[in-house]
Design a protein around this ligand. Sequence first.
Ligand code: SF4
Length: 405
Amino acid sequence: MVTFPPETAFHSSSAERKTPLDWKTPACVYVHLPFCKSRCPYCDFFSTTGQPPVERYLAALRSERRQRGIGRERPLRTLYLGGGTPSIWPRAALEELIAEFSVEPSSEVTVEVNPGDADSGWFAGLAAAGVNRFSIGAQALDDRRLAWLGRRHGVSEVEKAVAFAKRAGAAVSVDIIYGTPGQTPKALRRELKQAVEVGAQHISAYELSIKDGSPLDGRLVVRERQEIEDDQRAALLWHTVGDTLAHVGWERYEVSSYCRPGFRSRHNQVYWRGEPYVGLGAGAHGFCRAGGHFVRYANPTDIGDYLDGAPRVSDPSRPVASTGRREQLSSEEHAVELVMLGLRFAGGVDLSRLDELLSPEQKVRWHAHFEKWVSGGDAARRGAFLLPTTRGMLYADGLAAELIA
Ligand code: SF4
């Protein structure tokens, strides 16, 4: 019998998963604000340096919102302002942006913040405007690691940002990048404990990876590169994160996401369940259903194209300008995605939803794989769900790839 690890138990999300998918008018919106003060050497998110063209960008977002059919008549389930660095935006501009949407106390409204950018008034003002969750880009709670990562802030700024967010009455998530050269499991444990002690209720812990051609790629010496790319060390540190946080009662509910019970990110769970969402802004991605297909679109990453293109979008499944991208997924491709995402997520794979996407032959073949994963200790069946074990979560991509091998 498979021993079912506590962190993969299906918790508070059962009510949410009963909500029917609404492909026509998704209730979850991501807004991309792609401006940063400086570039971090490890980062490959789309963003540009410099001050945002606040008025023009807000006008383009407003236009895109209307044309993608996100009205004010229905409250959003989740709204997420990410970047880039939303915290370099003036508070009044973000308040104006949030007022574009219908948000209620039951909506989850998240804003990403870089430590050191914002004072207590900024946090309090946004909380009054409806923000109830701040995601703080700490990346480390060790000044030497922060300097190595090229961050502009120190540990004391992280502590202040968490305190401001909590004083504003919001939930707090902290991002951590682990696996920098020389970091031991003991040192990682210390940072995680500190994040919990300063008041984080959610941690997104990402393994450092080297993006080809990034400034980090160019500056690493051989020994550092070998250390970062050592899979055994990476697995040891990943287990260290899970074990350390489990020790204080937290759950790992996604391969990189941990929280105190009740503090899961509702917005990110939409991605992991393969549900529809709208992405607004330059470089933003969205996922919807159009013309019988599952469609992913990506807006242009050229800010000028975005500002010019937004007024002309006419199809909710299209990027706002011809320089954006649109990709149609077949039912099988969407099904593979659902398995890949579901195996990384404690909510698992909804097999009844999956079966609707598969032909009878595929169903037989795929279910044979599922049985093999269950008997091999990579997954467990619970009702209509296939849930990953801790090991299955770690090897999710490889398992999903077996389906199309
Ligand atoms: S602040 Fe965030 S988005 Fe901007 S470069 Fe650094 S990691 Fe990337």
